[in-house]
Each structure stands twice: as structure tokens, then as C-alpha cells.
Ligand binder design. Structure first.
Ligand code: HEC
Ligand code: HEC
Ligand code: HEC
Ligand code: HEC
Ligand code: HEC
Length: 458
């Protein structure tokens, strides 16, 4: 064989390898079935229909955020005022922004033809949000790990569930499916990878690497606890282990309260003005199965505020001691402007940004910052090119913070009380105020507090 044919064969072999490899990669990356606009709205049933026989579960669900995932004010504002105009300005964002609906209103994503779907005020079927049908038509996850609405859903009169029923339903067939008892079921929407390949939501992945996965404690055990006697359908008997559809999370102050336990102690009990006292705060994550905060991490902050009150009632703010890790500046509140990338969708080319944190300077913040392609902090998860230091509190993790406090010369002699308070906010307030998000989304939620005291010597 001539050298020419040899190299031709080599080239052909090389080429077919590339084709085979890229085909294999394509298979792995593409879900088996793209559900976008695959069916019609009318192929699905409304939750109102399920209510006639499942009134208890319907009323529980209707109070949970998942029944409002499309209609809730902040979702409407972020989608219609930021995401949709951003995609209009940058056409390669169109697909990911249509994809918001894959998790927030799957029936409009699968059954609708119009993107964006009608506004909530138009009362279309998009308002069903994450409805009974969405979950009870789900058969499996199409990817491993599950993420970005990787559910496999087919409309029809066969509903899936974990339990084997005691009576037949006159309205639909029931097929039991163990997938309902897994965390992957929730991970279909509670893990999200954005166009930059960044995991902007990873609640199920956080769970998987934490202690609860090893113990077999699933999302359902904390967010849909078993209880009874409870009638899950009108024609059946009450069960003592019915799955209560609470889905309570960050919007339920009672769920958030006490999540982290807080204790504070001084290194010495008596001090004179001018002397330094070191206060140590331990924060133990007792309640969450994932990190705290989790989910919409770009919006959420938890922060530790420590204040001393002397015997005359004068209040002093304590600054957290720096630990010196990379990116720490994002975990200590400061006086900075951020979130300038909102200027693009809002049509404000010279937008200077708003205050990064909006809380007292020097407090410790438990968060993970998200950065836009220009390295500025962002709350637009789809525009996140990079994440910063992950300084959230993991499941059963304890974080220890120190506050070195030089007793001020004007501190009154007597008992000085020092109080540590852990607060939580769904959406940083300067952003909420700027975008006119109703105040309940940025109100301060009290997680926990603890006090100690020292004696100030004259
Ligand atoms: C005409 C009454 C009726 C309507 C309407 C109805 N169901 Fe049911 N459903 C039942 C009955 C009865 C059962 C059996 C309950 C049992 O024995 O546990 C049942 C069971 C189920 C189960 C399985 C739970 C189990 O106990 O195994 C699911 C899931 C379910 N229904 C979903 C739905 C959804 C979703 C809708 C609305 C699209 C709906 N149902 C509408 C009567 C109804
Ligand atoms: C976010 C997903 C989700 C939504 C929304 C949802 N369910 Fe469920 N439902 C589940 C899961 C998961 C289970 C099974 C848990 C298990 O078996 O461990 C379940 C169980 C049930 C059961 C059986 C309860 C039992 O006692 O075991 C019924 C009936 C039911 N759902 C009906 C409904 C109806 C009606 C709606 C709407 C009003 C609804 N579900 C909305 C996820 C969902
Ligand atoms: C089809 C997508 C989808 C699936 C499946 C899903 N979720 Fe959600 N979930 C959402 C969306 C979207 C939100 C955000 C709602 C909002 O706009 O505030 C949410 C919010 C929540 C919240 C936060 C509530 C709050 O008070 O802030 C909890 C808790 C939750 N889901 C639990 C679960 C659990 C447990 C499962 C599995 C049994 C599950 N979800 C499955 C889409 C889904
Ligand atoms: C051991 C109990 C436990 C388990 C297991 C658990 N959670 Fe939670 N979850 C909580 C508590 C407590 C909160 C309230 C504090 C908070 O907001 O993080 C919460 C909050 C949430 C929130 C709102 C978080 C936020 O900051 O916006 C979501 C979403 C959520 N859980 C989803 C899930 C999913 C999905 C799983 C399974 C992969 C899961 N949870 C497993 C206890 C649990
Ligand atoms: C892979 C599923 C998924 C995709 C895609 C998705 N979301 Fe979400 N979104 C969720 C879940 C789950 C939560 C709840 C997390 C939590 O409670 O912390 C959420 C929370 C939110 C919240 C906060 C709600 C609140 O009340 O605090 C907003 C706003 C939001 N999403 C908007 C969007 C927009 C806009 C897009 C598209 C650019 C989008 N989401 C894409 C699953 C998704």
C-alpha cells in the first residue's frame, strides 16, 4: 500500500471515531424525549377536578408555594421583567428562558405553544403551576442525576403514586411506582444547570452528599410527612400514614424557625473598659436535609448579628472576626453596590447597581455569591458564569464564629448582655425594593437567638 492510501485510511478511521464519539456524547446530553410543546393543554386535567375527590390534599397543596410557582409575585416579576426582556436582548437566552416554565409551570411548557405563556392575570392553565397532574403523571427521570425538568411525563388517565390503593378510583387508573419515594423525583426540578454549565440549584445533590442520604431520610419525610388519620380520597378509609402534601419550606416562618441552633459564650466573664473579650458563636444546622440556604441561593441570605447592651441600655454592634479564607469579603456585610447586570433587561445602560446586602456592616453572612460574566454579583441565575465561596451551613454542620470586642471606654459598669441573632431573608432587600417586589419576600425572618452576659468592672 502506498503511503497516500495509508494516511487516507488513518484519516477515515479517525473521522469515524470522532463521529461515533460525538454521537455517544450527544446521546448522553440529550434527554430521550423533549417535552416542550409536545402535547396540548387540553390533554391535562385541572387540579380543581382532583379536588372533588381529594379535597384534603388539594387544600394542603393550594397553600404551598408549588401551587403558585407561576403566579407568585416575585416569580412573575423575575420572569416577565428580567428573564423575558433579557432573552429579547440576547437571543441565545431564549431557550433557557422558555425553560423557566419547564419547572414553574410544566403544563404550559408541555401543553402550551406560546412562550412566554399568558400573564397570571389572564388566568390561563399556566396558573396551575406545579399541579397534581405534573407530579402524578411523572414516570421517571430521564437523566442521572436528574436536573432541568428531566421528568418523563405522558398525559392520560393513568396516575402514578407510591401507595397501593385500597379502593379503585372511579376517575382514573392507578399504577404504583417506587420512583415517587425517591429524591430523584424532586431532583427533576430541584437541581438546575444553567447555560454556562453552572449548577445554580442543587438541593437534591446537596442532600445526596449529606448525612440524610446515608440514613434514608428523603425529601418527602420532611416536606410531606406521614400522618393520620387522614382521608386521602373521599371513597377510601382514612390512613394513619397518609402523605401530607405540605411542601412547606423557606416561605413558612415556622419551618425556618429553629432550623439553626445558636449558642454564644465569652472567653472571660469580667472585663474592664479597654480590655478585649472574645465571644464565640456556634451555629448548628439541626433541621435541614440540604444546605441552609438552598434552592434559590442567588436570592437568599442568612446573617448573624451580635450586639452588646450595657447596664445603662447603650447598644454596641460587634463585627465578626475575619477567618482569612478566599472570597470571605462576600460573607461579611459591607457597603458595596452590586447586581449591575439587571441594567441589561431593564434597559438601563449605565445602571450603577444597588446595595449588595442591605444589612448592618460587619455581620457574618451565610451564602454563596453568584457572579455574572463580568465578575459582578448577580441574582439572575441564568446569567451566572461562576459561583464564589460556598459559606452556607450544611446538614448537621456546625459553624463557629468569633467576635473580638474591645470594651468601649464609655461602657457602664455592671452587667453587659450580648445577644447573637440569626436572621434570614428570601430576597436581599435592596433588590426587592428596587424591583418593587412586595415586602413579604424581603421581610426579616427570625431563625434563632441566644444571649450571654459579662460583668463590666468600673
Ligand atoms: C371521582 C373521584 C376521583 C377523582 C376526580 C380523582 N381521584 Fe384520585 N383517587 C380516587 C380514589 C377513590 C383513590 C383511591 C384512594 C385509596 O384507596 O388510597 C384515588 C387515588 C389516587 C392516587 C393514588 C393514591 C393511592 O392511594 O394509591 C393518585 C396519585 C390520585 N388519585 C391522583 C388523582 C389526580 C391527580 C386527580 C386529578 C387529575 C384525581 N386523582 C382525581 C378518586 C378520585
Ligand atoms: C410536587 C409533587 C406533587 C404534587 C404537586 C402533588 N403530589 Fe400527590 N404525591 C406526591 C408524592 C411524591 C406522593 C407519594 C409519596 C410516597 O408514596 O411516599 C404523593 C402521594 C399522593 C397520594 C397518596 C397519598 C398517600 O396517602 O400515600 C394522593 C392521593 C395524591 N398524592 C394526590 C394528589 C393530588 C390530588 C394533588 C393535587 C392537589 C397532588 N397529589 C399533588 C407528589 C405530589
Ligand atoms: C415539576 C417541578 C417540581 C417538582 C417535581 C418538585 N418541585 Fe418543589 N418546587 C418547584 C418550584 C418551581 C418551586 C418554587 C415555587 C416558588 O415559586 O416559590 C418549588 C418549591 C418547593 C419548596 C419551597 C417552598 C417554600 O416555602 O419556599 C419545597 C419545600 C419543595 N418545592 C419541595 C419539593 C419536594 C419535596 C418535591 C418532591 C416530592 C418537589 N418539590 C418536587 C418545582 C418542583
Ligand atoms: C431532614 C429534613 C429535610 C430533608 C430530608 C429535606 N429538607 Fe428541604 N427543608 C427542610 C427545612 C427544615 C427547611 C426550611 C429551612 C430552609 O429554608 O432551608 C427546608 C427548606 C427547603 C426548601 C426551601 C429552601 C430555601 O432556602 O429556599 C426547598 C426548596 C427544599 N427544602 C427542598 C427539599 C428537597 C428537594 C429535598 C430532598 C432532596 C429536601 N428538601 C430534603 C428540611 C428538610
Ligand atoms: C430546573 C427547574 C427550574 C428552572 C429551569 C427554573 N426554576 Fe425557578 N425555581 C425552581 C425551584 C425548585 C425553586 C425553589 C427554590 C427554593 O425554594 O429555594 C425556584 C425558585 C425561583 C424563584 C424564587 C421564588 C421565591 O418565591 O422565592 C424565582 C423568582 C424563580 N425561580 C424564577 C425562575 C426564572 C425566571 C427561571 C428561568 C430563567 C427559572 N426560575 C428557572 C426551579 C426552576
Amino acid at each position: 500500500m502506498s503511503r497516500k492510501t495509508n494516511s487516507l485510511i488513518l484519516m477515515l478511521v479517525g473521522f469515524s471515531c470522532i463521529v461515533i464519539l460525538s454521537l455517544a456524547a450527544f446521546r448522553l446530553l440529550t434527554p430521550q424525549e423533549d417535552l416542550k410543546s409536545k402535547y396540548d393543554y387540553k390533554d391535562f386535567e385541572s387540579a380543581k377536578k382532583c379536588r372533588s375527590c381529594h379535597p384534603g390534599i388539594y387544600e394542603q397543596w393550594s397553600q404551598a408555594m408549588m401551587s403558585q410557582a407561576y403566579t407568585h409575585h416575585w416569580d412573575e416579576i423575575e420572569y416577565f421583567n428580567l428573564a423575558v426582556p433579557h432573552a429579547a436582548a440576547k437571543p441565545d437566552l431564549k431557550d433557557p428562558v422558555d425553560g423557566c416554565n419547564g419547572c414553574h409551570t410544566p403544563l404550559a411548557f408541555i401543553g402550551g405553544k406560546q412562550f412566554p405563556p399568558p400573564r397570571p392575570s389572564e388566568k390561563s392553565m399556566a396558573n396551575e403551576s406545579v399541579s397534581c397532574e405534573v407530579c402524578h403523571l411523572t414516570q421517571s427521570a430521564q437523566t442521572d442525576p436528574p436536573f432541568n425538568f428531566s421528568y418523563l411525563i405522558r398525559p392520560g388517565m393513568t396516575k402514578f403514586a407510591g401507595r397501593t390503593p385500597t379502593v379503585e378510583s372511579p376517575a382514573h387508573k392507578i399504577v404504583t411506582n417506587d420512583f415517587f419515594r425517591t429524591t430523584e423525583f424532586c431532583g427533576n426540578c430541584h437541581n438546575e444547570k444553567n447555560p454556562f454549565g453552572v449548577w445554580v440549584k442543587s438541593t437534591q445533590l446537596e442532600w445526596k452528599e449529606g448525612p440524610y442520604a446515608k440514613e434514608g431520610v428523603h425529601c418527602q419525610d420532611c416536606h410531606m410527612p406521614k400522618g393520620g388519620p387522614f382521608l386521602n380520597a373521599l371513597m377510601t378509609k382514612p390512613y394513619n400514614d397518609a402523605r401530607i402534601h405540605l411542601f412547606h419550606g423557606a416561605h413558612d416562618p415556622g419551618k425556618v424557625r429553629g432550623t439553626i441552633e445558636v449558642r454564644i459564650h465569652p472567653d472571660i466573664r469580667e472585663a474592664e473598659p479597654g480590655e478585649s473579650v472574645i465571644f464565640t458563636v456556634a451555629l448548628f444546622n439541626q433541621k435541614t436535609g440540604h444546605k441552609f440556604p438552598t434552592g434559590s441561593v442567588e436570592d437568599r441570605i442568612a446573617w448573624l448579628n451580635v450586639e452588646a447592651t450595657d447596664s445603662k441600655g447603650k447598644v454596641y454592634h460587634l463585627n465578626v472576626d475575619k477567618k482569612g479564607f478566599v472570597g470571605e469579603e462576600y460573607t461579611i456585610s459591607g457597603d458595596y453596590l452590586a447586581y449591575q447586570d439587571m441594567g441589561v433587561p431593564l434597559g438601563l445602560p449605565d445602571f450603577k447597581g444597588v446595595q449588595r446586602d442591605g444589612i448592618p456592616t460587619g455581620d457574618r453572612i451565610f451564602r454563596m455569591p453568584y457572579f455574572d460574566p463580568e465578575g459582578r454579583m448577580t441574582i439572575m441565575q441564568w446569567n451566572t458564569a461562576k459561583q464564589g465561596v460556598d459559606y452556607r451551613i450544611g446538614p448537621r454542620e456546625t459553624k463557629v464564629e468569633k467576635f473580638t470586642f474591645r470594651i468601649p471606654n464609655d461602657a457602664a459598669p455592671g452587667v453587659m448582655t450580648v445577644k447573637a441573632v440569626l436572621n434570614y431573608q428570601l430576597l436581599v432587600k435592596p433588590v426587592a425594593d428596587f424591583l418593587k417586589v412586595p415586602p413579604d419576600e424581603s421581610e426579616i425572618k427570625h431563625v434563632n437567638d441566644h444571649s450571654t452576659s459579662i460583668q463590666i468592672l468600673p
